[in-house]
Ligand binder design. Structure first.
Ligand code: PHE
Length: 359
């Protein structure tokens, strides 16, 4: 019997020593030391043995069980440590690797960045920025801007009407930012230096017109304002946008709310105003003109001041005998088209990432 015990012990020792995983080890524990295993059974039978043998067999079996238990415990610790370090190696995170690449953030729409650039230029010249309603009364959009009752811009084909007369005041989608001239003067006394960026609407659609587009209105009212002040202001603007060597020229024009009225050209930045390129070919940007039309402007018509009621907010009011002013309206799309060579105005609103991603 002692032999059998020693045989079981050495068999178990061999297998426990060779166990490769803690799972295998658990199976061996059940096989050699579990309730139905041979060694524990044997131990339970010791009491029935001859007294002579009982002591020796009992001691050998006990020693074998204790030895195997100790061995399993030791082996369990070894395997657990090995499995832990294998796990750590496998799950290792290399904290020195670069992080996940930053996701692209996108960029401002080119019309937004152009508008902000223009606002900054005029802020630098001492103007403040105001905004106004896109849904506007005919009073501010036309009447107070000195448009005659039969002015063609009032036609249904040239203006989006929201509400016709009869149901209260006539209401339109503003066709320009100029209605804010009178609103700004109603709200603030002179001297006044404001720019008004915003969306405007006209029923047009082709390569150079979209039904919705953006303007920046400018209005300066003070004493002793002349056309020279307008020209100087717009020269600073033209140089800031198109380059330090640009020039501006004023051509006579007509707007109902300015007198005199002008169209303003900037010398072409593509051919430096020459109209032709180094190889003698015609400049493709200004079409040989040497000048690019950028905006409409003029001296504020005294009739417009007369449309500004004196209120508590703008006291002492706008007396045409005392104050003069100049105003301009520029198209943000047009400036951005010239600057960036965008060939078709509609491209700004198609949301094609191949265009938007370039800015
Ligand atoms: N409102 C005019 C337009 O949209 C532009 C303009 C503004 C002209 C201010 C003169 C003075 O065409």
């Amino acid at each position: 019997m002692i032999d059998r015990i020693e045989q079981l012990r050495s068999e178990a020792e061999g297998e426990i020593g060779a166990a490769a995983t803690s799972e295998e080890l658990e199976q061996l524990r059940v096989r050699f030391l579990g309730r139905k295993a041979e060694l524990p059974q044997l131990l339970r039978g010791v009491a029935q043995l001859d007294p002579a043998e009982r002591g020796k067999v009992g001691a050998a079996a006990n020693a074998a069980r204790q030895a195997l238990e100790a061995l399993i415990e030791e082996r369990t610790a070894q395997l657990a440590a090995a499995e832990l370090s294998a796990g750590l190696v496998h799950d290792a995170v290399d904290v020195t690797l670069p992080g996940a690449p930053a996701q692209p953030l996108g960029s401002l729409h080119v019309l937004t960045s152009t508008r902000r650039e223009l606002e900054d230029i005029f802020l630098g010249l001492g103007f403040t920025v105001m905004e106004g309603p896109e849904i506007e009364t005919v009073h501010y959009n036309f009447d107070a801007l000195n448009h005659s009752p039969t002015h063609p811009a009032r036609a249904r084909t040239d203006t989006f009407y929201v509400q016709r007369s009869g149901e209260g005041p006539e209401v339109v989608l503003r066709t320009h930012t100029s209605p804010m001239q009178v609103r700004a003067m109603e709200a603030h006394p002179p001297p006044l230096y404001v720019v008004i960026p915003g969306r405007v609407y006209r029923p047009d659609s082709d390569a150079t017109h979209t039904p919705q587009f953006h303007q920046i209105e400018g209005l300066a009212v003070d004493e002793d304002i002349t056309l020279a002040d307008l020209k100087g202001t717009l020269l600073s603007f033209a140089r800031a946008v198109f380059g330090e060597t640009r020039d501006v020229r004023l051509r006579p024009h007509f707007f109902p709310f300015t007198e005199p009225s002008v169209e303003v050209d900037v010398s072409c930045f593509h051919c430096s105003g020459k109209g032709f390129m180094a190889d003698g070919s015609r400049c493709p940007l200004c079409k040989g003109e040497g000048w690019l039309e950028v905006l409409g402007a003029g001296e504020v018509d005294p009739n417009v001041f007369a449309f500004v009621p004196t209120t508590a907010a703008n006291a002492p009011g706008y007396d045409p005998e005392k104050v003069q002013g100049f105003a301009w309206g520029l198209g943000v799309e047009r400036i951005a088209m010239l600057k960036h060579g965008v060939p078709d105005l509609r491209m700004y609103f198609e949301n094609d990432l191949r265009l938007l991603g370039q800015f």
